[in-house]
Design a protein around this ligand. Structure first.
Ligand SMILES: Nc1ncnc2c1ncn2[C@@H]1O[C@H](COP(=O)(O)OP(=O)(O)OP(=O)(O)O)[C@@H](O)[C@H]1O
Ligand SMILES: [Mg+2]
Length: 301
């Protein structure tokens, strides 16, 4: 299949801020690749360099074996770009916006209208872009990014402003696009999104990639305990502490009692034997745990 993207030791500085600080990764053709990271991690800057919108200070980037900078007219029809902040032509309706963009790529108005339908905006076709809600505008910019059938799509936080239905619908659309052989690169703050969509995820912070791998492998590598909760009162705190193995932790929060354990099978069978399974919940580590473990919990602007 070949490589869609090869990035080596990419760096970009804005004044005092080293926004991208030696990033290297590769994306295979047909892969669904995610970049996960807190605000200011350098995700957008990295994408902008790959999209040919920004020049790197050093390092190299190749898209389908070609350099994205300076802007390469041979590359443009092969990539689709949805920016974090979408910009539209003033006063044009949704339909006029997408038809205009599509015509730049030789895409028919009918195909453009079809994309509006796909993202659920057919009933907003006559609405000027500035009167669309945040989520609707976001869906329009995604439709525009996809209308010319690019081989590689960059989506910068595509679901940030979407309601739960629109978000799930977009996931389905992105899965379809990817299943049809297109490469997708997206950034997100949503762990469930990365976990459910991406073949591989790069966890990024302070301009560097901290970890890269499939969500399952990243989660497995974390060695974090399984949390087993039952309704408060079905087993006493003292009995739970007796059940718990060395290194396990037992906690109550007024609603449930939770044992954090590395031997969930033992605890579960003991609880079952005592008939103490009311309100049972079992939670393994998620990508969110990986993310917090790598990037810390402090709030950063
Ligand atoms: N045009 C710019 N001029 C100066 N500094 C910038 C510019 N764009 C980004 N930065 C800085 O570079 C760093 C990385 O920003 P970037 O937008 O790449 O992060 P991000 O991971 O996309 O964050 P977010 O999740 O908030 O979108 C931040 O510290 C930001 O303040
Ligand atoms: Mg960003």
């Amino acid at each position: 299949m070949g490589k869609a993207i090869v990035v080596q030791d990419l760096k970009k500085r804005y004044g005092d801020v080293q926004a991208v600080d030696g990033v290297s990764f590769e994306v295979e053709s047909g892969e669904f690749f995610g970049i996960l990271g807190p605000n200011g991690a350098g995700k957008t800057t990295t994408l902008e360099i790959l999209e040919g919108l920004r020049q790197a200070d050093s390092g190299s980037a190749e898209i389908f074996g070609l350099s994205p900078w300076p802007r390469n007219p041979r590359l443009l029809p092969r990539i689709g770009v949805q920016l974090q902040a979408s910009a539209f032509f003033e006063r044009l309706t949704a339909r006029e916006q997408i038809r205009t963009f599509a015509s730049l790529y030789g895409v028919s108005p009918a195909k453009a209208d079809e994309m509006l339908e796909v993202v659920g905006l057919a009933d907003k076709a006559n609405t000027p872009a500035e009167k669309l809600s945040g989520g609707q505008a976001q869906r329009l910019s995604i439709a525009i990014a996809l209308a010319h059938g690019p081989e590689l799509v960059f989506l910068d936080e595509p679901t940030a402003a979407l309601d739960p239905q629109a978000r799930r619908n977009l996931w389905d659309l992105l899965r379809e696009i990817n299943a049809a052989g297109r490469t997708v690169v997206l950034t997100t703050h949503y762990m469930d999104e990365a976990e459910s969509l991406c073949d591989r995820v790069a966890v990024m912070d302070h301009g560097k990639i901290l970890k890269l791998g499939s969500p399952a492998v990243l989660v497995r590598g974390l060695d974090s305990p399984t949390h087993i909760s039952v309704e408060l009162g079905v087993i006493s705190l003292a009995a739970a502490k007796e059940l718990a193995g060395p290194g396990d932790e037992v906690a109550e929060d007024g609603i449930s009692l939770t044992i954090a354990t590395r031997k969930p099978a033992v605890i579960l069978s003991e609880l079952a034997e005592r008939g103490a399974l009311a309100g049972l919940q079992v939670r393994g580590a998620t990508l969110e745990d990986v993310f917090l473990d790598l990037t810390g919990r402090e709030y950063r602007a």
